[in-house]
Design a protein around this ligand. Structure first.
Ligand SMILES: C[S@@+](CC[C@H](N)C(=O)[O-])C[C@H]1O[C@@H](n2cnc3c(N)ncnc32)[C@H](O)[C@@H]1O
Length: 270
């Protein structure tokens, strides 16, 4: 049975899943063991096959080891318990842009563990927050249940969570007074991520506000300056793309080594 303390403290998990780090570390160990066996027992005697397999295993071992260290450092930087607490800084930074009128409703797309939904709900106690996620694919530790337990642990009741797909939201046009999202769309295999942004904005009421943070590099999103202009031409107001790698959420150096270059928050009003 779950003890009471385990549900008293919110657990937002980590954007770099521990399971993934463990898998890479285990694969590195397997490579090293195979390399050692091949070179210490006469299981593979034919040359040049033995040399080719040995070199391949060694290269693979080095790559896996480097990946494991990189992922471990990311995990440590993101951790809510660690010194850097980068995830917390980003979530709080985005929530500062989410202002929902009393009685209003806000959507958080790809809510994961509920961190952003709950942070926004705390800031706007008289509004209602809906978090949706497709859960159960690459981020195995995130779930609806986890979101609900986190909301309970934080003492937040103006939230609800449900299964959903960012590419095809199940809400009619102009449902929400605000929409938000953090580091979701770059995970979605798509040639047109601007179309996913428009799908989110479809659910926003006229006059509603948006704050969407992601890796909005040219490679992932295409020309975002042109997208900002497109929104303005469509009648959106105060549309801005704010670079968050200039110290706002992370340093330029962090964005580079963590693969987060191009991180920006798209804000504005419909
Ligand atoms: C890096 S996590 C971020 C979670 C959360 N936004 C946060 O800030 O803590 C990315 C999330 O996007 C979700 N996701 C990926 N593709 C999605 C899709 N097509 N529809 C909804 N959620 C999606 C994943 O399940 C995962 O929870």
């Amino acid at each position: 049975m779950e003890d009471e303390n385990s549900i008293m403290k919110a657990d937002y998990k980590n954007w770099m899943p521990q399971g993934m780090i463990n898998s890479f570390a285990a694969a590195a160990v397997v490579c090293w063991v195979l390399f050692w066996i091949i070179n210490n027992f006469n299981l593979l005697t034919i040359q040049p096959t033995k040399s080719i397999v040995s070199v391949a295993l060694l290269v693979l071992w080095i790559l896996l080891l480097l990946m494991t260290v990189w992922m471990f450092l990311m995990h440590r930087a993101f951790s809510y318990d660690g010194k850097r607490q980068m995830s917390k800084q980003i979530i709080e930074g985005i929530s500062a842009y989410v202002n929902v009128p009393d009685g209003g409703k806000c959507l958080d797309v790809g809510c994961g563990s509920g961190a952003l939904t709950i942070a926004c709900a705390k800031k706007n106690p008289n509004a209602e927050f809906v978090g949706i996620d497709r859960w159960g694919k690459e981020y195995a530790s995130f779930s609806k249940n986890l979101c609900e337990n986190n909301a309970k642990a934080e003492g937040v009741s103006n939230v609800s969570f449900g299964q959903g797909d960012a590419t095809k939201l199940s809400f009619v046009d102009e449902t929400f007074d605000a929409v938000t999202s953090n580091y979701v769309y770059h995970n979605i295999p798509s040639k047109d991520r601007q179309a996913i942004l428009l799908e989110t904005l479809r659910t926003l009421k006229k006059g509603g506000t948006f704050a969407i943070h992601d890796i909005m590099s040219k490679g992932k999103y295409g020309d975002m300056e042109a997208f900002v202009k497109q929104l303005k031409d469509m009648g959106y107001e105060e549309v801005k793309l704010i670079d968050t790698t200039n110290g706002m959420f992370m340093t330029k150096f962090e964005s580079i080594w963590m693969g987060l270059s191009g991180s920006a928050i798209l804000v504005g009003r419909k």
